[in-house]
Ligand binder design. Sequence first.
Ligand code: ADP
Ligand code: MG
Length: 694
Amino acid sequence: MSLSKLFHPSTVAVIGASRKEGQVGREVFTNLIDTFPGDVFPVNPKADQLEGLKCYDSVTEIPEEIDLAVIAVPAGIVPGVLRECDQVGIGNVIVVSGGFKEVGEKGVELEREIAQFAKQRGINMIGPNAIGVISTGSCLNATFAQEMALPGNISFMSQSGAFCTAVLDWANEAGLGFNHFVSLGNKAVLDEVDLIREWDVDENTSVILGYLEGIDRGSEFIQAAREVTQTTPIVVVKSGKTEVGASAAASHTGTLAGSDSAYQAAFEQSGVIRVDTIEELFDFGSILAQQSPPESRKVGILTNAGGPGVMAADALEKYGLELAELEEETLEGLGKVLSALASRKNPIDLTGKANEEDYRKALDYVIEDDNVGSVLAMSAPAAIFSYPQLAEILAEAREKTDKPIVGTLMGGKLPDAAAESLKEAGVPNYFDPDRAVRALSALVDYGDVSKKKVTSPDQVLPEEVDLEAEVRALAERADGMIGLEGLGLLSRLGIPVVESWVARSADEAAAIAGELSAQLVLKVESPDITHKSDLGGVKVGVDPEEVTVEYEELLETVRENSGSSNLRLEGVRIQEMVKGEEVIVGVNRDPQFGPLIMFGLGGIYVEVLKDVAFRVAPVSRPEAEKMIKSINAYPILEGVRGGPGVDVDALVDIVQKVGQLACEVPEVSELDLNPIIVDSSGPRVVDLRMRLTQ
Ligand code: ADP
Ligand code: MG
């Protein structure tokens, strides 16, 4: 159902509009009559009238059609009130009442009840436990916050009510405006997925900002965000980053997947810009709301002070931007403008001697330069021209070009004089060069997101393999943990695995080795052992002739190290010895996002190095590629010191296949292919651990 009447109602009822000032319902009512040009109807059976308006006993008695109801009655009464709203066909409600999920068990039940009803009846419900909704376009302040927002083209949502009121106060002070401003509350019905979809098609929203504590509909969020970020940037603060992962995990992937990995992955693959601080949220928000991404990462820096220019140049590198190399023409032009002391090279230092006209001309040359993607216009307070004058110059420049222009008018009070005209011109201004460059880099990065074609994950597993049956067969033979016996399945899925043979006795081992000439690897075969090397159960580099002796020794070592006499030792697995780099591909399940796929540097040190990347499965080919390239050790895989590098394409294929496997077989709760040994000729999976659940 469209949310348009939620944000643009003609009539609003406030149910629970109390006579007592300071009561939530009363505050919402007062805010509404202060701002909203449409009709407001207070509902309160205990009062005849409020602020000169007739009070109704029930929403069902209001003679007009109501577009939006704000419910501010005690939690226990909310279900009844909601039913009355439905009786008179109200399609949009905001429940500001608390006393639901946030108070524990009883509230959870009540919340489930109202959510179910609202969903069934197609009612758009915000909350419960929300501050409310502001829509500046319709002068609607349906909140109990103390302030109304300024108009603007940022739409903001927050899961924390306290954060809402704080942001509102701060934004008003900073002169930052909003189109829609939503306190999500407990998100019983409407959540971030609905809002980003709504705001994507909303002409007056050019950037979406959010403060989120959690996302319940993980895959819907990824799907929606992927589409939305093509045209509307989304910037999110997600709190709760440091929570530790599930400790009961049996696999490396499970151990390494903290609760945040899924969020990080989801944001990355759907183009959502994640920030850590409120400052960044609004720094990024204001540039994204005012300017469009540039064509290149190259930046021209214009300054009247050397130090800050150098600082900005350093920041470029830090945030992945580049200093533009200026064209000959530009240098010539600048030569005419600048004094002998000045530096023509980027960052262009006009020095404190430059006047208003010099700045204007120099800026023109820089804008015109084809090598320059965007411009950082910096200034320290100068005696020769004022900040309002500079603001005018930047506004003129903004008229002449589509290239982003970012202001860094430094100072405390002085830039305030220019704030209004900069805002009007759509030039974001930052005090700190580092902040300015960081914000610019967000704009540039967003350019990459919006240019990127949304690629859907393709079918990569051979269709003739009956996955369900294969997994069932494996599960029958083991009590949930699958080891190297699962290599056959991988191989049938087209994932290259090492050649291996199982010997149940030293004689069998000798017979197998007799056919082989190269060096071998021996591994203990036991359903009771998950980490084989921990018990000395892996022997690498064994000559075929030594296999008989090594067989007995290996089992003896394991028996000794385990300290247990009833360990089931079924024999020894003999593998070819593979050379190359060790990597890991794994799967873990996240309660909100489903299967997570991990890629990283593998082997027995994977948990020490933690050089891994996560994505929510399934992944498209470009996404899998990006994921592999994102680990710190990627240069090693690419080949160092003239080395040939490894077969990355084949790794991409494995990542995709394992991702699809995890999606299609929900019983796979954890999976490690660790290590996969890979060189230029291709990868081989040499170890496997899979946990199956019913
Ligand atoms: P586990 O993880 O149970 O200890 P692995 O089968 O992963 O046992 O073996 C441990 C280590 O032995 C691997 O990380 C790798 O360094 C090495 N290794 C295992 N199999 C081979 C093989 N076929 N070729 C080369 N090295 C191997
Ligand atoms: Mg291993």
